[in-house]
Write a protein that binds this ligand. Sequence first.
Ligand code: AOF
Ligand code: ZN
Length: 374
Amino acid sequence: MSSQKEKTSPFMAKAIEAARGAKNITSPNPWVGALLEQQGEVINVSSTGKYGAAHAEAQALQGKQLPGGTLYTTLEPCVAFEGKRTQACTEIIIESGIKKVIIGIKDPDSRVKGNGLIQLREAGIEVEIGDGAAEITSLLRPYIKHRQTGLPYVIAKFAASLDGKIATKTGASHWITGEKARDTAHLQRAWVDGVIIGSGTAISDNPSLTARPQNLSTTQFTQPLRIVLDGSGRLPIDSKLLKSTGTIIATSSKSEKKWRESLAEQGAQIIICEPSQNGIGINLEQLLQVLGARSILSLWVEGGSQVLGSFFSQDLIDELWAFIAPIIIGGDGLSAISTTSTNTLIEAPHLREIIIEKLEQDFLIRGFTGNWNP
Ligand code: AOF
Ligand code: ZN
């Protein structure tokens, strides 16, 4: 029988900490932590390696024979399936002679989903599930959403004044928030698989859109893909975004073929979507499906105002990170979010499970929209 625990045991807490440390490098695999314990002593703590490398449990066990040990793992151990890159963790655990495995949550991947539990139990191993489940579910939201729906987990970000403006009437926006807030945004870029901006922002800011967090070395994360929404084909060929690999241009048949070809020659990947119904942009749901099918687990939508408006009005945002600076721009500045489909306050997106952090003089307010729930 499985037992549901509300709390997180001290050993599982250590495994979760290890999982958190791996979250920048494992995608599209989940970031999992494992801990091997024997007679109250921690033998090993480990986490999933880069995509294709050893899983957390395999690293914790290191081929050891430990019949007296207990293995803690944040995610249900995987089973063999077609196309798998590593040996199934259930096999490795069974071979180790371990008699007890404590698991955080079930793997939502349909190829595993409960089969890991069955295989371990059939081998006579005592299995408990639920230790640290709430914390692990929160940590793995992008992975869980992707495996459940095939779609990426979408996080909106903006940096605004106290009155919700992201630029002055003349377009000045560098910088609204201070250094700590901007570094926090870079850390978040280093976590997600893709960063999205609209062509308006790409043209006005000419950004590189790379993650440049101060305290992470380049080996500790994978650069996100950079994705520009450009339905009508406006991005100039000499844009900084086209100077490095890993840029995707999401456009529609309304853009000129010649423009698409010249961008592709520069190394950009072109995705052609249906034009959106209002004719300005592209079909965002279709784009999310295409990116999900390419194993993009998470997206960080940085704006501008029109792009965030389109995502919000179609209920496509799962989480918001609002960086708020203590300055006033006033009514003629540019609103962070151009439009939503809201007429009444009840219909307005309300964030849940809010977290507020102070970052030097600025605030970060983040929370979930509830458009998707784990
Ligand atoms: C685990 N522990 O640390 C991870 C798991 O192609 P492979 O061999 O890397 O297998 C990928 C699948 O394994 C992935 O889709 C997910 O179901 C599971 N990930 N499982 O037991 C881990 N990262
Ligand atoms: Zn595994």
